[in-house]
Design a protein around this ligand. Structure first.
Ligand SMILES: Cc1ncc(COP(=O)(O)O)c(C=O)c1O
Length: 438
């Protein structure tokens, strides 16, 4: 049971206390207060370089990695993506605005969304390099803004490329139905027939269609179901008649370990290898030119880099049941409430103490579902202790709320010798900002 492997790669135990990127976590809590989140740059760099180097070594044509901003996007993370030349998947105008504020160039902005609003589309047409079209209604809306040759219509800068989102009808095992998106009855994407109809429309109106995308779900560790979806995607590409310079994106979704029961960490190389091998084989069999290949991970780039640090308040010991109550919970991490997600934990000090009792860790909010962890062996924790929950970098803060008037935690960026606040803790004043009363 090596819980340390769930933490960022720079994590060490020194004097029986947790350090990350050389920073003592208790000292960070003294300076910045709790709860707080930290992101370890070394872990994120390693994941990004891991994806890029396997792609470069296995795939003989152009390839790119797109960071799925929905996992967690802020200016600092957007800026970090450009250190690695990543594209950024933005859902709607809000994430586009954050990406632009983080200096992501237009050609690296790719826009997703299952029911994009007029404002989302306007922003995408103005700022994105690529729009992934989810449905035919959306395509018609985009077409109405496409510059007609020789017209007075004011044209945007270069019109974005259009890709179609395919509904492959093939499920991946994500451990929870709510994180599956590729199964046949999913709300996402277009069926093969719908795509062919949409492709004819693009041909008729000369729209810049040049890619196919699908995304089957989030947090899977068996890449085999990708094979059937890749086959279908390539069939469709062939039928549309893509020639050179076309793009193919089998989405993201590769998992990470959240609990010691799930170790080892899923192997990124293996995931990329399955995709590359099947794209190479499938293109050859169909006489298709190799596409520009895109991978679209979110979780596997940032989840392990993130750690949530909480302070223990009250403790309730009732026979077998031990409740450890902390100063954060479902408002910064709704994943237990949404998916029954399982997590692990270490105390920040006294790490080597014997794990002598099973505890449940819950937040201060008025919901019985405000739980972070259930029945985890831990040492006898004392009131006022700090605890650290690993694998907290994806889909926590991006899904956080102000329930019960809670304020979102501060977020720190850790590099060797440097700890920087990248998002300030919310204040009571922030809660009033939009609230104008009667
Ligand atoms: C279209 C799309 N691409 C990529 C992702 C990223 O998934 P993950 O963070 O699991 O890699 C998602 C997540 O839902 C998605 O919807």
């Amino acid at each position: 049971m090596n819980r340390l492997e769930l933490f960022p790669v720079s994590t060490k135990i020194e004097k029986d206390s947790l350090t990350i990127a050389g920073h003592d976590i208790s000292s960070l809590a003294d300076v910045y207060g709790t709860p707080f989140y930290l992101y370890d740059r070394e872990t994120m760099d390693g994941a990004a370089m891991g994806y890029k180097s396997v792609l470069a070594s296995l795939y003989p044509a152009p390839a790119s990695v797109t960071y799925a901003g929905k996992a967690f996007l802020c200016k600092a993370i957007a800026q970090w993506t450009q250190l690695h030349g990543l594209w950024v998947d933005c859902t709607g105008e809000g994430e586009i605005a954050i990406a632009l504020a983080g200096d992501v160039p237009c050609e690296h902005i790719l826009v997703h969304g299952v029911n994009k609003s007029a404002a989302d589309l306007k922003s995408a047409i103005q700022h994105a390099g690529t729009i992934v079209v989810d449905n035919i209604t959306e395509l018609h809306r985009i077409a109405s803004q496409f510059p007609i040759p020789n017209s007075q219509h004011s044209t945007p800068r270069v019109f974005p490329n259009l890709w179609f989102r395919l509904l492959p009808g093939v499920a991946v095992d994500t451990h929870h139905a709510h994180t599956q998106t590729g199964q046949h009855d999913s709300k996402f994407g277009m069926t093969r027939d719908e795509i062919m109809e949409a492709a004819s429309f693009c041909k008729e109106y000369n729209l810049p269609l040049n890619g196919i995308h699908f995304h089957q779900g989030s947090n899977f560790r068996d890449a085999n179901p990708l094979k059937a979806a890749i086959e279908l995607g390539l069939d469709i590409a062939k039928e549309i008649g893509f020639e050179n310079n076309w793009h193919f994106s089998p989405g993201g979704g590769w998992g990470v370990a959240y609990h010691e029961d799930e170790l080892p960490q899923p192997d990124i190389d293996e995931y990329v290898r399955v995709i590359v091998e099947n794209v190479l084989k499938g293109c050859k069999a169909r006489g298709l030119p190799l596409p520009h290949l895109h991978l679209e991970p979110g979780r596997s780039l940032v989840a392990r880099a993130g750690v949530a640090v909480y302070k223990v308040g009250a403790i309730k010991r009732r026979g077998e049941k031990v409740w450890i109550l902390t100063d954060g919970g479902m408002t910064d991490n709704p994943r237990y409430a949404m998916y029954g997600a399982r997590y692990s934990c270490l105390t920040v000090s006294g790490v080597s103490r014997e794990r002598s009792e099973k505890v449940s860790i819950a937040g201060p909010y008025c919901e019985s579902g405000d739980v972070l962890i259930e029945d985890l062996p831990m040492p006898k924790i004392k009131e006022g202790e700090l605890i650290a929950i690993p694998a907290s970098g994806a889909y926590h803060l991006s899904m956080s709320s102000n329930y019960n008037g809670s304020r979102k935690p501060a977020v720190l960026w850790l590099e060797d010798g440097k700890a920087k606040v990248i998002i300030q803790r919310e204040t009571i004043d922030d809660l009033w900002k939009r609230d104008i009363g009667l």
